[in-house]
Design a protein around this ligand. Structure first.
Ligand SMILES: *Cc1c(COP(=O)(O)O)cnc(C)c1O
Length: 251
């Protein structure tokens, strides 16, 4: 009896949050647009990536039906399972979590973009697997702009060096930079971190470092997208504001 009540409640909660997804997408779309207008930028210059980690294929399908085409995931195994289940949906998958070199081979044939390249060793492995798969993989260099010890990402003062090193590979396309903002609600702190990423991006482009000019600044999540857009973000990675809060701890 207790169990039946419990599962009825869980069912209710999950149907409820699924029902919210289309509405959430519309809301965040409006908010992103407003943030662009506030920053004097064109809404079409900021791309939305829906971060679906910990959420199931039912949630992803609703997001697709609401017009989302590009999804971000953090865990290789979870991503592979969802991709296999949704193989006929033409999703562009972004890998945004910490990537171990020994897992690159599972993604190399189809991943759309890897946001989290933070060492030359990882880049060497992606280059090798991309060559084997006969493709060029779009990557971003992840920079730890807040220098929080728990975060992945290259230190800001080593970022240019890494961009140079990675630009020599034939099967990698270094499209830009990525950062995770500081865990804070203080807008000025968020903006300082995003401004730092932007300054590295400008340094790369102004000095012709790298094969091609960079185009992408992947920065801004559910709590700090407005600060990121104000500092020039071209790609925001939004999870909670679309799918609701995550109950799992591994996020
Ligand atoms: C989980 C995650 C996001 C999305 O965060 P929300 O706060 O849920 O919007 C974005 N980027 C990365 C790298 C993440 O791990």
């Amino acid at each position: 009896m207790k169990f039946i009540v419990f599962s009825a409640i869980m069912n209710y909660i999950s149907t409820y949050s699924l029902r919210m997804i289309a509405e959430n997408i519309q809301n965040i779309g409006e908010k992103l647009k407003n943030a662009c207008i506030m920053a004097g930028r064109k809404p079409s210059d900021v791309q939305l990536i829906a971060v679906s980690k910990t959420f199931g294929t039912d949630a992803i399908t609703l997001a697709i039906n609401a017009g989302i085409l590009e999804f971000g995931e953090n865990y290789v195994q979870e991503l592979i399972e969802k991709r296999n289940a949704l193989i006929d949906r033409n999703i562009l998958w972004h890998f945004i979590g910490h990537l171990q070199s020994n897992k690159v081979k599972y993604l190399a044939e189809w991943i759309h973009m890897i946001h989290s390249v933070d060492s030359e060793g990882l880049a060497v492995e992606i280059e090798k697997r991309a060559a084997k798969a006969g493709r060029t993989i779009d990557i971003l260099i992840e920079v730890n702009t807040s220098e929080e010890a728990t975060k992945f990402g290259i230190r800001p003062n080593h970022a240019i060096e890494l961009v140079k090193a990675v630009s020599r590979f034939d099967h990698l396309n270094v499209k830009g930079l990525m950062t995770i903002g500081p865990f804070t609600d203080i807008v000025d702190e968020s903006r300082a971190a995003f401004r730092l990423l932007r300054s590295i991006f400008n340094e790369v482009n102004n000095n012709g470092i790298g094969k091609h000019p960079m185009e992408i600044l992947s920065m801004g999540m559910s709590h700090d997208y407005a600060a990121a857009i104000a500092e020039g973000s071209t790609m925001v990675r939004i999870g909670t504001a679309i799918f609701g809060s995550r109950t799992s701890q591994s996020n």
